[in-house]
Ligand binder design. Structure first.
Ligand code: KG4
Ligand code: ZN
Length: 338
């Protein structure tokens, strides 16, 4: 085995077919094929996703190996997302990774997708020290973790219903935006007035969240207008509505992080997952960390959304501590991070 372990990472948990190569902690290649087939349906269609992964997996892995300038035989281990995610999508990546491991006689490393998001911080030039807190905010998850080392996590808080990204996507849809609406809401909100309307902020005890209330309140707010005026009003005030909604979600996201910083005394905070790309959330968490004399850590923009570089990095951490997985490991759509 080489002194610089070479890990191939594979990620197919949702609608991105992705492969990446890391060697000794350096990212050599990162390939992704984003499925555009889902846009017209307003969300990810599981059956369409599985079929697209099946078509894309070989070209995407070959592309990553070619970009890294390595041969299949150079790989020391294959890291793959085993969950959580869509079962049909996960199975394509997991089966492919197992076959590759069998063919090459190399170990498999099963990676929890959320552990992958945590590892995305280690793709940045200055990653956080341990212990740190990490807010995972994506289309499927919203949770606050305490991270004491690679794979050493404690769940502090989670959403009881919708994920933050899901709230962005659903409210965006109500406002006439296409899927995924999060990046568009972010962009439009920059020109809007965040005080245009005060949507209610749901605040639960402890570190948990609930985002179903804000989604309903946007719906009721629009439905209170006469039907003939609704779409005209939403279009005229689109940026104000985006800014007001976003401000409420960001207020809600920041509160438990502040409480956890105060309760644990941990001053280093990571922000990962698709919603970590949000400009206002980065700004507000940055301000919080400054006032608490701490520091905010975010992955480079291209590793906020689902990618395989983070899976390869999480796999490297496991490989270095000797944690490989049997080839009998199964994809688990409801795998959790506790
Ligand atoms: O982590 P990710 O790529 O996939 C999941 O594991 O869910 O996250 C995708 C989610 C979508 O809900 C998308 O709307 C949201 O992240 N998102 C954003 C932004 N960029 C992506 N939400 C708010 N602001 C953004 N800039
Ligand atoms: Zn994700």
């Amino acid at each position: 085995m080489s002194h610089q372990p070479i890990i191939l990472g594979i990620e197919t948990s949702c609608d991105d077919t992705a492969a990446a190569v890391v060697a000794g902690g350096q990212l050599l290649a990162n390939s992704v094929s984003t499925q555009l087939e889902h846009e017209k349906w307003g969300g990810v269609v599981p059956e369409i996703a599985s079929r697209a992964h099946e078509r894309q997996i070989v070209p995407v892995v070959n592309d990553a190996l070619a970009k890294a300038g390595i041969d299949r035989a150079d790989i020391d281990a294959v890291a793959v997302t085993v969950g959580p995610g869509l079962i049909g999508s996960l199975l394509v990546g997991v089966s492919f990774a197992k076959a590759l491991c069998l063919g090459l006689d190399r170990p498999l490393i099963a990676v929890n997708h959320l552990d992958g998001h945590l590892a995305s911080l280690y793709l940045a030039p200055s990653p956080p020290p341990w212990p740190h807190l990490c807010l995972i905010v994506s289309g499927g998850h919203t949770q606050l973790m305490r991270v004491d080392g690679p794979g050493e996590t404690t769940l502090l808080g989670r959403t009881r219903d919708d994920a933050a990204g899901e709230a962005f996507d659903k409210v965006g849809k109500l406002l006439g935006l296409s899927y995924p609406a999060g990046p568009q809401v972010d962009r439009l909100a920059r020109e809007g007035d965040p005080t245009f309307h005060a949507f209610p902020r749901t605040r639960l005890k402890g570190y948990d969240w609930s985002f179903s209330g804000i989604k309903t309140s946007v719906l009721y707010y629009l439905n209170a207008l006469p039907e003939t005026e609704r779409s005209g009003f939403a279009a005229r005030h689109l940026s104000d509505l985006c800014a007001s909604f976003q401000e409420a979600v960001v207020d809600m996201l920041v509160a438990p992080v502040k409480k956890a910083m105060q309760d644990t005394g941990i001053r280093h905070v990571g922000l990962v997952g698709g919603v970590s790309a949000n400009t206002r959330l980065r700004e507000r968490l940055g301000e919080l960390c400054t006032t608490q004399r701490g520091a905010l850590y975010v992955p480079p923009m291209e590793y906020c959304m689902d990618n395989a570089a983070m899976i390869a990095m999480a796999g490297l951490h496991r490989f270095q501590s000797g944690q490989t997985s049997p080839l009998t490991v199964s994809a688990d759509p409801s795998l959790t991070l506790t």
